[in-house]
Design a protein around this ligand. Structure first.
Ligand code: 2P0
Length: 349
């Protein structure tokens, strides 16, 4: 019996989320506390997602991590924050009498293996799905349940929103220690079944300025960002939640596009300025407005994160027609279109 080695193992998946009210700027860099609340839609589990396996074993000498098959540095401060906080929570729950916490595992090292099902060429932020998945899977191995978005937040801000499905808000909170800066589901995924997401890839290149350093410079230099956080986002969050609750696509689309535009305006107001959109992005913006104008109503909405690729929100009944319009104006080249399971990812020209 001495040769039996106890191994605890869990595999989980977490999807990417796409914000319609954007997070941009921190008030606390270490705890990852934002200057404004944000709201996003978490994609389906069968779309863009991260799959993570965590194994814990007495014979492991050290914590280790592999991302997409390549071993990475486990000492990354944000990884360390997540590991430390989950272990701290597990110990606390255990001392509070929660018998589902696996005490044996707690003293063991972990091996973490994480893969994305989408090509990095799609240029979509993977840190949200990645840290959400890591925190959730670690929690499973240790037997911890309940509110974990505050820990995922410490891996990457946007990760806290991927801890829930459907329509999710990240409440900025007020506490200095971040205890009230957590994600909350506004409506479940089943709430708006005909809402669709398309990803239009305008460039597969790496973004020139990463989100973390980009938003830091914006906080330091952009007065527009301060105005946005203090005077625009609070009202917009209320309006967006109402649009989602009522399934009012026209209002949802209008708020989504305005918020994306204001986020990119704050990037331009940052000094030196940050340019995430390119010529193709601007053509997509013009096309969407022309398409909506043609019908006299908002049928399609664009939103852009820290890169030139457009994420399109529309309703199921408009997908085929809008895609045919996109293909007409951006005929696929020889590299052609790419499809990611369940979600249409279209490469533009
Ligand atoms: C968002 N983005 O709300 C916004 C819109 C990009 C543009 O959240 O420093 O990778 O890890 O907290 O979460 C990207 O920022 O930054 C992001 P960190 P994160 O989705």
């Amino acid at each position: 019996k001495d040769t039996v080695v106890k191994l605890a193992i869990a595999t989980c998946t977490a999807p990417v989320n796409i914000a319609v009210v954007k997070y941009w700027g921190k008030r606390n860099e270490d705890l990852i506390l934002p200057i404004n609340s944000s709201l996003s839609v978490t994609l389906d589990q069968d779309q863009l997602k991260t799959t993570t396996t965590v194994a814990s074993c007495r014979s492991f000498q050290e914590d280790r991590i592999w991302l997409n098959g390549k071993e990475e540095d486990i000492n990354h401060p944000r990884l360390q924050s997540c590991l430390r906080e989950i272990r701290r929570l597990a110990r606390k729950r255990r001392s509070d009498g929660d018998s589902s916490v696996d005490v044996g595992c707690l003293s063991h090292k972990v091996h973490i293996c994480s893969v994305n099902n989408f090509p990095t060429a799609a240029g979509l932020a993977s840190s949200a799905a990645g840290f959400a998945c890591l925190v959730y899977t670690l929690a499973r191995v240790y037997g911890v349940e309940g509110e974990l978005s505050g820990i995922a937040r410490q891996g990457s801000g946007s990760a806290c929103r991927s801890m829930y499905g459907g329509f999710v808000q990240w409440i900025m909170g007020e506490a200095e220690d971040g205890r009230d800066s957590v994600a909350q589901q506004v409506e479940p995924e089943s709430h708006w079944p005909d809402l669709r997401v398309l990803v239009l890839v305008a460039s597969a290149e790496r973004k020139p300025v990463g989100s973390t350093s980009g938003m830091q410079t914006s906080v330091e230099t952009s007065s527009l960002l301060k105005h946005r956080a203090e005077s625009v986002v609070p009202g917009r969050m209320k309006q967006m939640i109402e649009a989602v609750r009522k399934r009012d696509f026209a209002a949802f689309a209008d708020l989504t596009m305005r918020d994306s535009n204001q986020f990119h305006a704050t990037c331009l107001d940052t000094y030196p300025p940050i340019f995430y959109l390119n010529t193709v992005s601007r053509q997509v913006i013009a096309l969407v407005h022309q398409y909506n104008r043609h019908y006299g109503e908002a049928r399609v909405a664009y939103t852009f994160d820290a890169g030139p690729n457009a994420v399109i929100y529309t309703l199921q009944q408009h997908v085929a027609e809008f895609l045919s319009v996109v293909r007409h104006f951006f005929p696929p080249d020889n590299n052609g279109k790419k499809f990611v399971t369940g979600l249409q990812v279209e490469h533009l020209g």
